[in-house]
Design a protein around this ligand. Structure first.
Ligand code: G1P
Ligand code: ZN
Length: 543
């Protein structure tokens, strides 16, 4: 076997974003682009002799080809073993599970999450560390620095591995073990939730529809929901992963999961509707004609955590990203546990979970998870809901209404303005930033600004500081407007506007969020000049 050291020119744009390096497929197809990044990762994290690597992806276009390249590079860089999901498949949560269970020297996950796939779509790659979580900023910064200085990469000349054949194969000295991508994950889920109670619920006629959106969770949901929990065949829709996700946009929200949404608002809707994204870490929860915001979902899970065997002892604390609503904070207060507010992105939760400070974490962007892994976990959230419903024997809507009656409702919505010219997005942010100093004390209708800042976070565990994490305008009653630019897009800029109003009035709690937030939407526009500057009358996506 021949290890080659190939001379290469560094790229200047390999900076990992909110969740790894994401680019158009064509960018990744450029000669040595993938190789350079993988070498920068290996150089940065080091490869202890004989170390094991976990490897897999969400099955999108380029997944298999990239895996073959990475396997040859892993062999040339001194890995002793790679655990790769059969067919090149590992959902993001399953990869986190494999890294933790087998104590690997981290893993490489190939995914651009909820971004569309196919030759015209996006591809991505991220390194997760040995705790199973996304590499923290100091590691991704070091990877970026290394990528800009790279002059060569190492690769072994070898034939392709048969990714569909389970068991052991070899590349040179290195063992490649093709593993069942579902088994370890399914076993972990069975250890956390009351499968017997859920089976009984489903056997009693409780209807479920899970939309895998032709992305990675199809095989996971079929094994767990249909086989192990006994739901009828067909419960999982769009369950076959396709390289282009069936030309869809595998993002579980009200806009992109429209097939599921239509079913759930139909007369004969099932009792629970759920969807997951490209790589399986996001989730959307729906009841009959009822949408559960991800912020509420986190709060409901926290308030009912003890109903699930894996959480029967109670939770240590909760963490949520800054733009996520404060619904979870109210539950934490009642439970007498801490609630942490972190910047956007799952990587900020890792230290808190490793230190045992929090059990549950969540983001408004359809991400929920716990310390069972170090990634958010789509199916886990669905199973948690099923467990709660099996114990409470109420409808999804009733569970949420009861929750609001106890805790009040944090009325919430996110408005995304996608694909704006970068200078336009910067100008809008610039106007808000400029206004920040003069806003406190100003009244807008019923709202008075308490403070305005650019969110910064000091990690309580390692003291690292992250600045520039989003502009917050917080009102005296706790209501908020947040402006932030996306760090995961690959085209133009995406501006996110987050709106939150707290409501204790039970009569108003049932109302439509967009109507209840009307005043805040107008105030946001008044302060930012969003409509005039962007020329957009309405957001691209409302969640
Ligand atoms: C988005 C979400 C964020 C999530 C990330 C990865 O990032 O807003 O909460 O962690 O995707 O799934 P953004 O595009 O806003 O930077
Ligand atoms: Zn994802």
């Amino acid at each position: 076997m021949n290890v080659r050291t190939v001379a290469t020119e560094p790229f200047t744009d390999q900076k990992p974003g909110t969740s790894g390096l994401r680019k158009k497929v064509a960018v990744f197809q450029a000669p040595t682009y993938l190789e350079n990044f993988v070498q920068a990762v290996f150089d940065t994290v080091g490869v202890p002799a004989g170390a094991t690597l976990a490897l897999g992806g969400d099955g999108r276009y380029l997944n298999r080809e990239a895996i073959q390249v990475i396997l040859r590079m892993a062999a040339a860089n001194g890995f002793g073993r790679v655990l790769v999901g059969q067919g090149g498949i590992l959902s993001t949560p399953a990869a986190s599970c494999v890294i933790r269970k087998y104590g690997t020297h981290g893993g490489l996950i190939l995914s651009a999450s909820h971004n569309p796939g196919g030759p015209e779509g996006d591809f991505g790659i991220k390194y997760n560390t040995a705790n199973g979580g996304p590499a923290p900023e100091k590691v991704t910064d070091a990877i970026f620095a290394r990528s800009k200085a790279l002059t060569s990469y190492r690769i072994l000349d070898a034939a392709d591995i048969d990714l569909d054949r389970p068991g052991v194969q070899r590349i040179g000295e290195m063992v490649v073990e093709v593993i069942d991508p579902v088994a370890d994950y399914a076993e972990l889920m069975e250890s956390l939730f009351d499968f017997a109670a859920i089976r009984e619920l489903i056997a009693g006629g409780f209807g479920v529809c899970f939309d895998a959106m032709h992305a990675v969770t199809g095989p996971y949901a079929k094994e767990i929901i249909e086989r192990r929990l006994g739901a009828p065949a067909g419960t999982v829709i769009n369950g076959v992963p396709l390289p282009d996700f069936g030309a869809g946009h595998p993002d579980p929200n009200l806009t992109y999961a429209h097939e599921l949404v239509e079913k759930m608002y139909d007369l004969d809707a099932p009792d629970l509707g759920a969807a997951s994204d490209g790589d399986g870490d996001r989730n959307m929860i729906l009841g009959r004609g009822f949408f559960v915001t991800p912020s509420d979902s986190l709060a409901v899970i926290a308030a009912n955590a003890r109903l699930a065997p894996g959480y029967a002892k109670g939770i240590a604390g909760i963490a949520r990203s800054m733009p996520t609503s404060a619904a979870a904070d109210r539950v934490a207060r009642k439970l007498g546990v801490p609630c942490f507010e972190t910047p956007t992105g799952w990587k900020f939760f890792g230290n808190l979970m490793d230190a045992g400070k929090v059990t549950l974490c969540g983001e408004e962007s359809f991400g929920t998870g716990s310390d069972h892994l170090r990634e958010k976990d789509g199916l886990w959230a669905v199973l948690f809901w099923l467990n709660i419903l099996a114990k409470r024997r109420q409808s999804v809507e009733q569970v949420v209404q009861d929750h609001w009656a106890v805790f009040g409702r944090n009325v919430y919505s996110r408005h995304d303005y996608e694909n704006l010219p970068t200078d336009v997005a910067n100008a809008i942010i610039g106007q808000v930033r400029a206004a920040c100093a003069t806003l406190p004390g100003q009244a807008f209708g019923n709202y008075t600004v308490k403070f305005c800042d650019d969110f910064a976070y000091t990690d309580p565990i390692d003291g690292s500081v992250s600045t520039g994490q989003g502009l917050r305008i917080v009102f005296t009653d706790g209501s908020r407007i947040v402006f932030r630019l996306s760090g995961t897009g690959t085209e133009g800029a995406t501006l996110r506007l987050y709106l939150e109003a707290f409501d204790v009035d039970p009569a108003r709690q049932r109302g439509d969020a967009q109507l209840l937030l009307e005043d805040l939407i107008l105030i946001a526009d008044q302060i930012s000049g969003l409509k005039a500057k962007s020329g957009r009358e309405r957001p691209t996506v409302i969640t």
